[in-house]
Structures are given as structure tokens and as C-alpha cells.
Design a protein around this ligand. Sequence first.
Ligand code: NAD
Length: 486
Amino acid sequence: MSNNTVTVAGVEISTDHFIGGKRVASANRFANISPVDGSHLGDLSAGGKIEANAAVEAARKAFPAWAALGPKGRLPILKKFAEGILARANELAAVETMDNGSLLTGNVHRVIPRAAHNIDFFAEWALTLEGHTIDSPEVVNHVKYDPSGVAILITPWNAPFMLTTWKVGPALAAGNTIVIKPPEWAPLTCSLMADIAKAAGVPDGVLNVVQGIGEDAGDALVNHPDVDRISFTGSTDTAKIIGQAAARSITPMSSELGGKSPFIICADADLDAAAQTVAAQYMNAGQVCLAGTRIMVEKKIEEQFLEKVRGASSHMIVGDPRDKDTRVGPLIHKEHFDRVAGFVERAKADGAVPVWGGGRSNFGDLYFEPTLFADVNPTLEISQREVFGPVLTWQSFSSDDEVVTLANNTKYGLAGTLFSRNEKRAMDIASQVAAGTLWVNCFFVRDLAAPFGGSRDSGIGREGGSWSFDFYSDIKNISVRKGSFA
Ligand code: NAD
């Protein structure tokens, strides 16, 4: 058993895999650099086929006993797991901020508590799945949610701890055992998650973590012949690669992918609230899959609304994400910074003009200015492709039909936001926009009982509430002829 660690934000963290309840090191290591200040946080074990095989084997071995506990038997362990997350919320938040540059205040107050809720909520929900029957004239159908087996959970760097618990919660509550593949650009909090699970009494082998590069560790896991579910959150391009592996073994896969979501402002809206919400799309440097990055404003209020957004955006202070006044932290990595800057430069070359921003912020190497391109041609790359940075485009519309066409004019369908005080109009537009989630006069509100996911290039499947259990279970119908028992 290895004991390689790093200390980040005063927290000691293992840099090795967590397999079968033990820390396991690899000879290959990968460097982890903080986007906040460029500091080298440490070198982590980089897994491949050997570690993937060991982790799947450990998960398979632990599966029968974990499944046999049933939802009631798993509940106290998972509740303790959730409590363990809450007890370490400040540490987790501080580490996450150093690791991926997300805002510390948001992590402390919203993101980490939400992660604990992800575990607690699904552990409770699993109880509601027991004893479900459908009465037919001849038979009684007993619907059973059997655990599916070993689930591979792969997550991105923009909110690694929270997004991983969004999968861990229902996967474990449903009785599966799991192998987590954390993102290589922000892996540290998933390592802490393993310690918290172990301390809560999650049995060895039930939750495993294999660190490493997607093309190595991730590839070995999704191509492993003995896995039953693959749950992936990340980019559309990676989903296409993983989807091929899943198809070869007919392994069910859920994918939550990128977006280019519309944000529609009708003239009858509460314009101050709408402007504040538009400016909030710059938070976490726009590295938010659900961000409404295509602003669509009804023509008759366009000038007035632009001034309101300009005012609200002036509060989007770029700076150190540990500072409570900061709203826009760094981009995660130099490679990602260059990608975002490339989109902006090509947009300018295509004739789009930034109304504000448009380049590197004075604050530091990986910090990008909040940027708005106005009057953008909807066919340009900047209007069509996900930038995943603090970059918004602006278009105007004169009719509801026009805005629906504009909104649906990308390959994505993750989310959308709409501000209007007219209920009928709002519901008419909302129901025509292709998106898994449509927020009306609000943004980013997510009830775990509600369905979540994307259409088109934004993903396959829905999770949340019973939709999560539909994915993480093998649903069985035991159909019993009435009166056939002695
Ligand atoms: P990514 O696709 O590059 O990587 C995501 C994960 O996949 C990482 O852990 C990576 O190591 C792994 N991976 C990469 N190649 C792999 C392979 N061949 N086999 C197996 N695993 C592999 O995405 P990213 O850059 O980390 O994240 C940003 C993207 O995630 C954006 O498109 C964003 O919109 C999306 N995202 C979606 C949601 C959602 O809920 N829909 C949430 C957050 C982020």
C-alpha cells in the first residue's frame, strides 16, 4: 500500500489510486498544476490497463455483498458518507478552488453542500423503489430495480467533486459498485472522496478511483469487458469515442455533454433581474456546461437592455477565486486558455466585434476578460460551437417564431433560459426550444427529483429522481398469475 501525498490548501491528499480499499501507486505520474497561480500541486499516479483491471476486479468482488444490503442496508452508510462530505466541506472547497480555479465562496456555500445532498438524496430515494406493483386483470407485476453491477463514472474538471457525486449517489444507492475516473486537470477532490467514503464505512471495493489521462485510464475502463454501466460527463467529442466502446459490448451509457444554450429576453421581462442573470453567465469564467451563452434580446428593448447588462457585467470582477469579491477566476489550463482565445480571435477575423473584453485579463496568464460579441451572425463558429469560457454572443429578434428558430439553430440541446412576465408567451416559447432544461425567470435551479440531461449533441438519457435509477438498475418485472399459489 502506498502513501504518496501532497498538501494543498493545508489538506493532505493521497496522489494514488484507491482500489479495493487500498492506495495503489503507478510508476507513471502526471503533473497537476493549479490554474490559480500556476503552482505545481503534485504528481499523481497515472493509471492504465493494469489499474483499470484491478479496479474493475475489486468492484466486481465487492458487488454481491453491497447489492445484497438493499436500499435500507445501504442507507445508514450513505448517510454517513454525506455527513462526512459536509464535515469536510471547507477543506474540499479550498482544494477544489486550487485545483480547478472555481470560486471558493460558491464551493463552500453551494457546490460542496450540494455534493453531500447528491449522496443523501439518492440513498433516500432508493427506498421508494421497493414494493412497486402494477395490477393487471390476470397477473400482478412486481417491478424490481436490481443493481446492474459495476459502473464506470467519468467526469470533467469544471466541477469534479459535485459532478462525480451526482453519479456516485444514485449508482451506489441502486446497489452498484463503482470505478471513478476523475479528470486529469482537477483530480484531487475525488481522491479525498475515497477517504471520506472509507471513513463512513463504504466497504472496500465498492468505491474505487483510478486516476490518469482520459486516453489511457479512461480508455482502459470503458473498454473493459466486465463493466455494466458507463456514465460520462464531458465533451461531445469524447462521448463519441466512449460510445463506440460501449456499443461494442452493448454496455448502457449515459452522457451529459456540452451546450451552447440560448438566453432569451422578452421586452415584457423584469429587465434588471434578466440583466443580472446574463452577467452571471460569466461566473467561473464561463466554464459551466449549462451557461446561457447565446443572448437573444427582443429588438425594441435592445439598447436599453445592453446598458443594463453592461452595468451588471462591471461587477464581474476578474481575480483570484479565493477572494470573496471575485466573480471570474482563471481558465483551467493553458491548453484550454489557447482554445478559448482561438475562438475569440477567429470570431474577430470573421467580422464579429467585441462590445467589451476580447482578450487576456491583466490579472494573470490564465485569466480571460468577460467578453461580449454583439450582432453576431448566427452561422459563425462563435455562435455555433461551445467555447467554455467567459464569452457571450448577442442577437436580437422581432418575433417569437424568429427567436425559436434562432434558439434551435445549433446542434446542442442542453439548456435554455427565458425571461418574460407573460406566462402564456413564456410557456409557448419554452415548449418549442430544444433543451433538456428550460429555466423561466430563473437560472441554475436544480431539484434532484427533476429530470436532467441534454438532447441532440448535448447527451443521451436523463438523470435525477427515478430517471437515475432507470439507468443504474436492471429493471425486472416478475409477473405472477393471480391465485396461482397454493
Ligand atoms: P473531456 O471530454 O475532455 O473529458 C471528460 C472526462 O473524460 C475526463 O475525465 C477525461 O479524462 C475523460 N476522457 C477523455 N478521453 C477519454 C477516452 N478516450 N476514454 C475515456 N475517458 C476519456 O471534457 P472536459 O474538457 O473535461 O469537460 C468539459 C466538457 O464537459 C464541456 O463540453 C462541458 O460542457 C461538459 N460538461 C457537461 C456537463 C453536463 O452535465 N452536461 C457538466 C459539466 C461539463
